[in-house]
Design a binder for this molecule. Structure first.
Ligand SMILES: Cc1cc2nc3c(=O)[nH]c(=O)nc-3n(C[C@H](O)[C@H](O)[C@H](O)COP(=O)(O)OP(=O)(O)OC[C@H]3O[C@@H](n4cnc5c(N)ncnc54)[C@H](O)[C@@H]3O)c2cc1C
Length: 503
């Protein structure tokens, strides 16, 4: 069997399905090739305001209005209540001492709550990938994308004016003759293997492993009075020296939970042994153990020995690799979806046959952004035992993403056209220098002072204000006070907030 198409997308996760939809909407014929079959378990679930903005931009730019409800909790619940989803009002962090129940002081120095939305209706979401990805693939098919599941690609040949992909489906040989290939097959995926691409070092990032699963009957983590949002309606991070645990609750009773940790912790907690490791981890974090006391695991634990990886080549004459297949750092700070969706927007604009210069620009942006995440997450790992520095470092993330989101919503994308402002001449460079310092020096005062100086010109949400004692609700006045930083007037801010349903 031979199939001819303009574009082949490899990998039928939401990223591949979306890439295929976007290419189809531009009038190209598209084959989408998946080695497994839906529905299937997939990890990577928590969205962010910037990721949802990119999803909205894709929907608007490529005439895919059917995707718009997925940008917000409220619309999603009205339109697609049957697709599993979690409510994410913000990012919650709790710092634990090994073997001690979680406790905090009046100054709240052991927690950090950063709201991302003022109310549930506008909130971000956790995507229950089993349902979500299947829905996206069905949408792609209904637009005319030809979908091949249970298809294993075994060879890639670039032949003058096309690419020949050779695969197997149900024991039969299957060929795809296409003009251009987009690889959305995830970490260490298809083209990494077929083209023998090499991995590169990720700046400041230690080697880490992950252990995770889905659970039923996970108890609640109580919210204190006056919190900016119920602390569990969020991506919940439990941080300890050498690692952190995520807990994400879905509206179908399922909770996603897992741990990412350095090799030292992986060894001492025996994480590679699955359930044994999970139990040891919970012994180490007694308050979390309480929460999981009656929990049942839904499937087997998944252990990933090397979580982070990066390629040094992500484009060729007739192929390009989407960010999640080009590199992955860590689930910390939920950077994956935003990078995936931004990569789709960038590549979509170049199809059907990108020029060499455009591909090289895409490669530079993709690698720089991954490196920036690697700097920041690497610095965070180095400071998981020092929550004051950890918290200050996270502000480099929160300030950059909230600035970028707001600049985009104001119609001023040029103010922030690289992820984490990594290509911004001041902020990008300062962030990297601070992260180096946070890994290699223990001069805490200098690190804190430099962070404060770096974030000030971009801080539009009152972040890092000591009087807020680590609780940051959405305060619209902060935005009005920072209008000049966004090169905007009060009335531009007001109009944007009205447009977004925030006022
Ligand atoms: C532990 C962990 C937690 C994460 N948490 C978050 C988070 O909270 N928030 C966030 O934003 N990001 C997170 N990420 C990143 C996130 O998972 C990715 O950004 C996201 O999954 C990308 O989606 P995708 O559809 O492009 O790729 P994937 O979800 O990786 O899907 C790839 C698809 O390709 C298929 N495939 C693989 N190889 C082949 C092949 N050879 N041929 C054909 N098909 C193939 C697979 O079967 C799969 O269906 C996390 C990642 C990890 C590892």
């Amino acid at each position: 069997m031979e199939h001819r198409a303009d574009i082949a997308v490899i990998g039928g996760g939401f990223g591949g399905a979306l890439m295929a939809m976007v290419a189809r909407q531009q009038g190209h014929s598209v084959v989408l090739i998946e080695k497994g079959a839906h529905p299937r378990f997939a990890i990577g679930e928590s969205s962010t305001p910037l990721a949802n903005l990119f999803l909205q931009q894709i929907a608007e730019k490529f005439n895919l209005p059917q995707l718009l409800p997925f940008r917000r909790w409220g619309e999603w619940q009205k339109k697609f209540p049957e697709i599993g989803c979690g409510l994410k009002r913000g990012f919650s962090f709790f710092h634990h001492e090994s073997g001690q129940p979680f406790s905090d002081k009046p100054e709240r120095s052991k927690q950090l709550l950063v709201a991302a939305s003022p109310r549930d209706e506008l909130a971000d979401t956790h995507w229950f990938r089993e349902d979500f990805d299947q829905h996206f693939v069905s949408e792609a098919q209904s637009l005319g994308v030809e979908y091949f599941d249970r298809t294993e690609l075994i060879d890639f040949h670039e032949i003058s004016d096309h690419v020949l992909l050779i695969g197997k489906k149900g024991g039969e040989k299957i060929n795809f003759r296409v003009d251009f290939v987009v690889d959305a097959s995830g970490p260490r995926g298809c083209l990494f293997r077929l083209l023998g691409l090499s991995e590169r070092n990720l700046p400041l990032m230690p080697a880490t492993s992950g252990l995770f699963a889905h659970f039923n009957n996970v108890d609640s983590w109580d919210s204190e009075e006056g919190v900016p949002y119920p602390v569990e309606d969020a991506a919940v991070h439990h941080v300890f020296d050498g690692g952190w645990v995520w807990v994400l609750k879905f509206n179908n009773g399922i909770t996603s939970a897992g741990v990412a940790a350095t090799q030292e912790k992986v060894k001492s907690l025996r994480l590679s042994e699955g359930a044994v490791g999970w139990d040891l981890l919970l012994n180490h974090l007694p308050t979390l153990a309480e929460q999981f006391r009656g929990a049942d695991i839904q499937n087997d634990f998944v252990f990933v020995r090397e979580l982070s990886f990066g390629l040094d080549e992500v484009v060729g004459n007739r192929w390009a690799i989407l960010p999640p297949a080009a590199g992955f750092i860590d689930p910390l700070l939920s950077t994956g979806f935003a990078l995936t969706l931004q990569g789709i927007i960038r590549l979509a604009e170049l199809l059907p046959l990108p020029s060499k210069d455009d591909l090289l620009l895409y490669q530079r942006q993709t690698l720089n952004e991954l490196d920036q995440v690697s700097h920041l997450v690497g610095a965070l790992y180095s400071n998981m035992d020092d929550f004051e520095i950890f918290t200050a470092l996270t502000q480099l993330y929160f300030v950059a993403v909230s600035f970028a989101e707001t600049a985009n919503r104001l119609g001023k994308p040029d103010l922030a056209n690289s992820y984490l402002l990594c290509e911004h001449p001041d902020f990008g460079q300062s962030t990297r220098e601070i992260c180096e310092l946070a890994v290699h020096s223990n001069n805490r005062e200098t690190i804190l002072r430099k962070i404060s100086k770096a974030i000030e010109p971009f801080n539009i949400s009152g972040l890092a204000d000591p009087s807020r004692r680590n609780w940051y609700p959405v305060v619209l006045d902060d935005l009005f006070c920072s209008a000049a930083k966004l090169q905007s007037t009060d009335s531009e801010i007001r109009e944007m907030l009205l447009r977004e349903g925030m006022l």
